[in-house]
Design a protein around this ligand. Structure first.
Ligand SMILES: Nc1ncnc2c1ncn2[C@@H]1O[C@H](COP(=O)(O)OP(=O)(O)OP(=O)(O)O)[C@@H](O)[C@H]1O
Length: 299
């Protein structure tokens, strides 16, 4: 395990921002922290990075506490984007890269690569304050990954960007992960986690709702979704055993079942009726899991 978070809690005055969280982040994984406003994502990241001291609990990285000796191995994109507005892009990023132990030459080469990749090369010698918000975010991301860290922690890396830039940054994050970096990122968007991660933790108001391998979580959850498309009336299905919910949109039926075995019963009943264009069994969505555990919709 790269990161072992055991029973951490953070209390601010009256408020418990993070409540007894247990998380294991495997080495080389892409790990998503999913949660809405105030869920406790940023507070957890700050504790991992030792910017905040947990009220209780422990956090180990490769079996040891994170400290200054690991600075060169970790990259962090903070939620409060903190670039110096009056500095030029190159001055700012090269300075930070040198603090992380890179030579100027090496850092400059890497900076050129990332500026080109993020299509912002023309900004290299501009002051940060002259850049758009989205481009400032790209520069800040470059500053956090330029030294090729083995652990990358990104707080809301995709927020505030247009869809084209979100895709560009997602591709970069995927590449860094496939080259071996362990990546942890936070987001309030379920689809980012569904698309990018094999591991996740869902936080809600400081509580850990679920965590671990996403496929495993979905398998263990049990509930499935059956999609049927066809012209026949099959509304009787809603009264069959194991059927939790059924919705109809024109000739498409979306049926929630308690366990996969009920799909076979449904299949047997409808094949007696006639032809159907589609019969498909899907894994539950993260939203289904969230609703079942928390008792309300995710957003
Ligand atoms: N320094 C602090 N002092 C007091 N309360 C704090 C402090 N930092 C965070 N909190 C509170 O802890 C809770 C969790 O905040 P946190 O920033 O970790 O959430 P988050 O999941 O990152 O959400 P967001 O996406 O809104 O930033 C919030 O209710 C917040 O108000």
């Amino acid at each position: 395990m790269a990161l072992e978070i055991t029973d951490i809690t953070k209390v601010f005055g009256e408020q418990t921002a993070v409540d007894s969280i247990n998380i294991n982040v495997p080495s080389g994984s892409m790990y998503g922290f999913l949660g809405g406003n105030g869920a406790g994502k940023t507070t957890t990241f700050r504790m991992i990075l030792k910017l905040l001291t947990p009220t209780s609990g422990s956090i180990l990285y490769n079996g040891e506490a994170i400290g200054y000796h690991l600075t060169d191995k970790i990259g962090y994109l903070p939620e409060e984007r903190g670039l110096h507005p009056k500095l030029k892009v190159s001055e700012q990023v090269l300075y930070l890269a040198e603090l992380k132990g890179m030579s100027k030459k090496e850092a400059n080469k890497s900076l050129d690569y990332w500026l080109d990749r993020f299509k912002v090369t023309e900004n290299k010698h501009k002051k940060i304050e002259k850049l758009s918000k989205g481009n400032q975010q790209k520069i800040q991301l470059i500053a956090s990954i330029i030294h090729n860290p083995e652990l990358i922690i990104l707080d809301e890396p995709f927020s505030g960007l247009d869809p084209i830039n979100v895709e560009m940054l997602k591709d970069a994050v995927k590449d860094l992960n496939s080259q071996g970096s362990t990546i942890i990122f936070s987001t309030h968007r379920m689809e980012h986690v569904e698309e990018l991660c094999e591991e996740l933790c869902i936080l809600d108001r400081g509580r850990q709702i679920v965590s671990g391998n996403i496929d495993q979580i979905k398998r263990d959850f049990g509930q499935k979704e059956v999609i049927i498309e066809g012209e026949h009336d099959i509304s009787f299905i809603k009264d069959m055993p194991g059927v939790l919910d059924m919705k109809q949109v024109r000739n498409k039926y979306i049926i929630k079942i308690a366990e996969e075995k009920y799909a076979e019963d449904i299949y047997n009943r409808i094949t007696d009726i006639g032809f159907f264009k589609k019969f498909q069994v899907n894994e539950p969505s993260l939203n289904d899991i969230f609703i079942a555990k928390v008792g309300r919709d995710y957003e």
